[in-house]
Write a protein that binds this ligand. Structure first.
Ligand SMILES: [Fe+2]
Length: 447
């Protein structure tokens, strides 16, 4: 059992992806020898949160014991939250969606709403893949929020998947049952399936992306011949320390279960965990800590070298979802087309831009925007990007002011009716490639 403390943004965290931790906000809250004493210390209740089947092998067995003011069963009966909210936050398979569109799609940033909309109400499904009920695939949501959940005494959890939250604009203070994560643009948060959270907005508004992973929980990818280092390091993943509140005031709990939202009344804050131990924990990770690998002679490697986290399937090398980033880096390849090459892919690729510019596109793909290149759809640099790449002097170049990412899944991504009708859907996206000319055979020029 390893508990390493790390400081980030004035808050203390526990360091290390996959570790088993112990954290107490109240001395003695966590029993030393056992999990479920006859009478836990301080009058606390013991409760286990299981993120895997009890019988999973140790390396995949996920559970955390929580010592809390009241067990989670002290809540009102769930009632269904009626649409229209239910029509914006969805789970695969979609009940009512337009025919899957085989065109490349790209969106402008999701605009901030008029009035106050918190994180859970802001979640807007753009695409889904696979099936939530069979624990395969994912949902891709965007959010543009203008209100804090804690001020409204609201909490949320998804029973459908873990939440990989990509902060794009504005900071997030994410209170979870295990403690608080402060997340800024350029960082991600990973919230286990079923764990309650409340997102507050220190900057009054925030925007970002969410991959709701229905499949196996994200893990760090194997490195193969890269060896024991590089890519994302376990020590840079930071879990919260226990931090409880005892608020006997009405709260609302919103649960996402099989694509529908349900609400229940609580007489108290659900963030009443005075201590916990286990390995089923939320994390945050600063993408600036990702150590990037690239070519040092010729040819652009496949983008799998940029994989931060992967949700594996039983087929080795086949991801349910990969989370991939394109961070600032040196480009040094010789006699090489340096941008991402043209390709078609059995995997489907949803991309977002966190900040700066993306090297393969001149315009149209902006911070907060998104694009979808579905299963077997051709894509690659636009005409401007191609011309720049084939005429560039191939000296070492540092790509800076850029941070893009991709949710890449083995399943086709089905766009929701809402996202397919957004004003920000760019009808002319395909035009960016149409100026690519046939240069073969080479034209003879008289000089
Ligand atoms: Fe691609």
């Amino acid at each position: 059992m390893i508990t390493l403390l790390a400081m980030s943004d004035q808050r203390t965290y526990l360091s290390g992806f996959g570790n088993t931790f112990v954290s107490e906000a109240l001395a003695g809250a966590v029993p030393e020898r056992q999990n479920s004493p006859q009478r836990p210390a301080h009058g606390l209740y013991a409760e286990q949160l299981s993120g895997s089947a009890f019988t999973m092998p140790r390396h995949g067995n996920l559970r955390t014991w929580l010592y809390r003011g009241r067990p989670s069963v002290v809540q009102g009966r769930y009632t269904l939250v009626e649409p229209p909210k239910g029509a914006r936050l969805l789970t695969a398979p979609l009940e009512d969606a337009p025919p899957p569109d085989p065109n490349q799609q790209r969106w402008d940033p999701l605009p901030y709403p008029e009035g106050e909309v918190d994180f859970v109400d802001a979640l807007t499904t753009y695409a889904v893949a696979g099936s939530g009920a069979s624990h395969s695939g994912c949902g891709v949501h965007l959010f543009a929020a203008t209100a804090s959940m804690d001020a409204r005494r609201r909490a949320f959890y998804s029973a459908d998947g873990e939440l990989l939250i990509v902060a794009q604009e504005g900071r997030l203070a994410i209170r979870t049952e295990l403690g608080v994560l402060d997340v800024k643009p350029g960082e991600i948060a990973l919230i286990p399936r079923g764990m309650k959270l409340a997102v507050s907005l220190p900057d009054d508004r925030a925007r970002g992306y969410v991959c709701e992973n229905y499949g196996a929980p994200f893990v760090l990818p194997d490195r193969g011949p890269i060896g024991g280092n590089s890519l994302a390091s376990a020590r840079h993943f930071l879990a919260p320390v226990a931090d409880y509140e005892l608020l006997d005031e009405p709260h609302e709990l919103v649960a996402k279960f099989q694509g529908r939202l349900w609400r229940a009344d609580l007489s108290h804050s659900p963030f009443d965990v005075a201590g916990w131990h286990g390995n089923y924990v939320p994390f945050k990770y600063d993408l600036a800590n990702f150590q990037t690998i690239g070519t040092v002679d010729f040819d652009h490697p496949d983008p799998s070298i940029f994989t931060v986290l992967t949700s594996p399937t039983p087929t080795v090398g086949l991801a349910n979802v990969d989370f991939v980033i394109f961070p600032p880096r040196w480009m040094v390849g010789e006699h090489t087309f340096r941008p991402p090459y043209y390709h078609r892919n059995i995997m489907s690729e949803f991309m977002g831009l966190i900040m700066g510019a993306y090297d393969a596109k001149e315009k149209g793909f902006v911070p907060g925007g998104a694009s979808l290149h579905n299963q077997m759809l051709p894509h690659g640099p636009d005409a401007f990007g191609y011309e720049k790449a084939v005429t560039a002097e191939l000296k070492p170049v540092k790509l800076e002011n850029t941070l893009a990412f991709m949710f890449e899944t083995r399943y086709p991504q089905i766009v929701s009716a809402y996202a397919s009708e957004l004003d920000g859907l760019q009808d002319d996206y395909i035009d960016c490639w149409q100026d690519l000319q046939r240069n073969f055979p080479k034209q003879e020029t008289n000089t």
